[in-house]
Design a protein around this ligand. Structure first.
Ligand code: FCB
Length: 450
């Protein structure tokens, strides 16, 4: 069994995690440039100052992608590299970097999938209120216009925002990520609403200005419930939980999905949030729910649920000793079956997994190789489930492995290695791991040989 013939195989990265060069050629600071300076925020005081030095080594990295046989590459653009103040003056040199990257990709027949925002928010705009500011959707759409005008003759695949649960939830609510704020629910929900408006405006700008017909999505995330058994009642329980708002965190995926794909906030959410929810209009929801071309999702984790005797949805404990990655994330491959199935039923769009992968404690062995059988096993298990979803009628359209390279893993710094390719940070040396060779074969066989 293989994947659909038009399936896209890729790998993903993001600007702050790999580029380095935080003030090269006129780049402005981002909230991550500042946050990493705050004592105790990032493991071992790590910063993205050098990271993989991809800003200078991008050609080498594209050559590695070509060796693996990647059909597509998902990367993000650094907003303050392009607009140092977030709005206004355009930094030509910054834009030029992405110009060269895109040309290099196309020269190697790798399709660029561009993410406009992967968390490195312009510091200058943060100081003006960031996502709380009512103009923040407009700021994002102005930035979108600059990028689209420059790259859309060659880039067709666009993603607006990466993982709002993280940059709103971890960034503004729990304070674990940049900018590190701990706001109350009314402020957090207002920021969330603005990010959704920003997404909608950005989609409108891409559609209006793109020089080649665009294919637009975005990359939300969140854990997916899987049914404890395949009984009809457990499956129904999982489906119910997948689209429920159960607490006031930003981690209820439906809070992001229903506004975008259905033009409404979930009823149970509105009840729970009460007057913490900002006033919003039908016009807002119409703007937020611009038609998209595919359903993107970054998917790693899940949990088991069953239908309890009293009819409620019961979340089960993890079995003792169940497998974990090096980041202590659960290994739950079935999410790649149930997630796509539930989304496809509810939203009807082709599903692209915009991120999935696992952290390992990988090092270069004495023979110079980097064996990572855990990553191969992890990815094979997840892909088997996605393939099963495809066989059951889900339109499975693509898979992007997180990540191409080991890189700066946010508050975890460099102690988590997610790459298909090992990076020795002091020297910048890249060594493809055994998973890179394995993935090359997966791509060659269109997912038949896992
Ligand atoms: C996702 C992020 C990505 C990376 C992976 C491991 O939440 O989008 O940048 O950190 O997790």
């Amino acid at each position: 069994m293989s994947f659909p013939s038009n399936f896209t195989w890729g790998a993903a990265t993001s600007a702050y995690q790999i580029e380095g060069a935080p003030d090269a050629d006129g780049k402005g600071p981002s909230v991550w440039d500042r946050f990493t300076r705050r004592p105790g925020k990032v493991w071992n005081g790590c910063t993205g100052d050098l990271a993989c030095d991809h800003y200078h080594r991008y050609a080498e990295d594209v050559a590695i992608m070509a060796d693996i046989g990647l059909q597509a590459y998902r990367f993000s653009l650094s907003w303050p590299r392009i607009l140092p103040d977030g709005v206004g003056r355009v930094n030509e040199a910054g834009l030029g970097f992405y110009d060269r990257l895109v040309d290099e990709l196309l020269a190697k027949k790798i399709t660029p999938w561009a993410t406009l925002f992967h968390w490195d928010y312009p510091w200058e705009l943060y100081c003006r209120g960031g996502w709380l500011h009512p103009d923040s959707p407009k700021w994002f759409s102005e930035y979108t216009a600059v990028v689209v005008d420059r790259l859309s003759d060659r880039v067709r695949h666009w993603m607006t925002l990466n993982e709002p649960p993280c940059f709103v939830g971890l960034g503004l609510q729990s304070g674990d990520h940049a900018p590190g704020d701990k706001l109350g629910l009314p402020e957090v929900l207002r920021a969330a609403h603005h990010t959704l408006l920003a997404h909608g405006r950005s989609v409108q700008v891409i559609r209006a200005r793109a020089k080649t017909p665009p294919l637009i999505g975005w990359a939300p995330t969140g854990d997916v419930p899987v049914p404890a058994t395949e009984s009809a009642s457990d499956i129904e329980a999982a489906r119910e939980r997948a689209f429920a708002v159960t607490d006031t965190s930003m981690w209820n995926p439906v809070l992001w999905l229903d506004p975008v794909y259905k033009g409404r906030y979930p009823e149970d959410g509105l009840r729970l949030w009460g007057d913490a929810m900002p006033r919003h209009s039908e016009a807002d929801l119409a703007l937020i729910s611009q038609p998209l071309d595919w359903f993107g999702y970054n998917l790693y984790n899940g949990y088991r649920v069953r239908r309890a005797e009293d009819g409620s949805v019961q979340r089960l404990e993890r079995p003792l000793g169940a497998p974990l990655t090096h980041l202590y994330w659960n290994i739950t491959p079935e999410v790649l079956y149930w997630g796509p199935k539930f989304w496809h039923e509810r939203y009807g769009l082709p599903v692209v997994i915009t991120e999935n992968g696992c952290s390992g404690a990988d090092w270069v062995h004495r023979d110079g190789q980097v064996p990572d059988p855990h990553r191969i096993d992890y990815t094979a298990r997840y892909l088997e489930q996605f393939r099963r979803a495809a066989a059951d009628g889900v339109a499975a359209a693509g898979y992007f492995h997180w990540s191409l390279l080991d890189n700066f893993e946010w508050s975890e710094g460099y102690r988590q290695r997610f790459g298909l390719v090992h990076v020795d940070y002091p020297t910048g040396k890249r060594t493809p791991k055994s998973s890179a060779r394995w993935y090359a074969e997966v791509i060659r066989s269109n997912g038949e040989r896992l």
